[in-house]
Design a protein around this ligand. Structure first.
Ligand code: UDP
Ligand code: MG
Length: 204
């Protein structure tokens, strides 16, 4: 059978946005993290260091009604699950979470990456692990580089320190890449791994 070149091209062009968060940059983990992505065969197609403005942070961590509702209800419920009285209503809880997120992402420079490859969105989410490093599997970035948890973050009043942000869907990847990069900052080039990963006759 002939290879379906069009489908292969579509599959290998999937993109995701990664932000190496300010605390991880401060800990000098950038090289190690980039190495993990390269080692897997994901292609780096854009990279820069940016100290996020409040506007960029607020666009990235959107305050859409949908997000406020989802996040607020989740946090509200988690208080009830723990047998605790929620300190405020769901909407204020969501606004409070967003404030903490914006404080954490504007605390210093981030390193923003665009990674490309088949199933890259799912792959990088798996590599990061669960939102809380306490719950993340051993071997994930969250587990391997952080000891944070909902409990610790709540006690300290900070957004969970889980080393990287990674887009969670195609739609969010497109939206988020556009916040941090101009299209001209994102590069299309052949890597030496490309033929081995995406060509039937890689040995030719
Ligand atoms: N976060 C938090 N407490 C929560 C939910 C999220 O501190 O209850 C922080 C955490 O740093 C997370 C970020 O907010 O990475 C964005 O939340 P999201 O639900 O999108 O988590 P992620 O996509 O990182 O798993
Ligand atoms: Mg997210």
């Amino acid at each position: 059978m002939k290879a379906d070149e069009k489908r292969l091209e579509e599959l290998r062009r999937e993109r995701t946005l990664v932000l190496i968060k300010p605390d991880a940059v401060r800990r000098q983990l950038v090289g190690e993290l980039v190495t993990r992505f390269e080692r897997k065969g994901l292609k780096l197609i854009a990279m820069k260091m940016i100290w996020p403005s409040d506007t960029q942070a607020g666009t990235h961590y959107t305050d859409s009604e949908e997000w406020l509702k989802d996040s607020g209800e989740r946090t509200h419920q988690s208080y009830l699950d723990k047998g605790m009285e929620p300190p405020m209503g769901p909407r204020d809880l969501a606004l409070n979470t967003r404030r903490k997120l914006m404080d954490s992402i504007t605390a210093g420079p981030v390193v923003a990456l665009v990674l490309q490859g088949s199933h890259v969105i799912e792959a990088v989410r798996k590599m990061r692990g669960a939102t809380s490093p306490q719950l993340a599997d051993v071997g994930t970035i969250g587990f391997d580089y952080s000891v944070d948890s909902y409990e610790v973050g709540d006690a300290g009043d900070w957004a969970i320190r889980n080393i990287i942000h990674a887009s969670d869907s195609d739609e969010n990847a497109d939206r988020e890449i556009a916040i941090w990069f101009d299209e001209s900052d994102v590069h299309d080039y052949p890597s030496s791994a490309d033929p081995i990963l995406y060509q039937k006759h890689w040995d030719k």
